[in-house]
Design a protein around this ligand. Structure first.
Ligand SMILES: [Zn+2]
Length: 83
């Protein structure tokens, strides 16, 4: 995931999300991960784009809901793997 794509959520959230994406990649431990996606939960337009993005790929799917410990903002992050 590119930091620039996360900056719109604010600096704290962008750093938080970068860490969560890194953790997700570590957990999956696959050399082929792609189709990284993110949305703010509760933002209907973003959630719809997220689902579109998700359905455009194949093979393994990983989606996680994460909450920033200070701001309480909730996000969904995901990717595909194992191609
Ligand atoms: Zn595939």
């Amino acid at each position: 995931m590119e930091y620039a794509e996360l900056e719109k959520y604010g600096e704290k959230e962008a750093d938080f999300l970068m860490n969560k994406f890194a953790k997700m990649e570590d957990d999956i431990d696959d050399s082929c991960t792609d189709n990284f996606r993110v949305c703010k939960i509760g933002n209907a337009a973003e959630e719809e784009l997220y689902e579109d993005h998700k359905s455009s790929s194949c093979c393994g799917e990983e989606d996680r809901e994460v909450t920033h410990p200070e701001t309480g903002k909730q996000f969904k992050i995901g990717c595909n793997y194992g191609h």
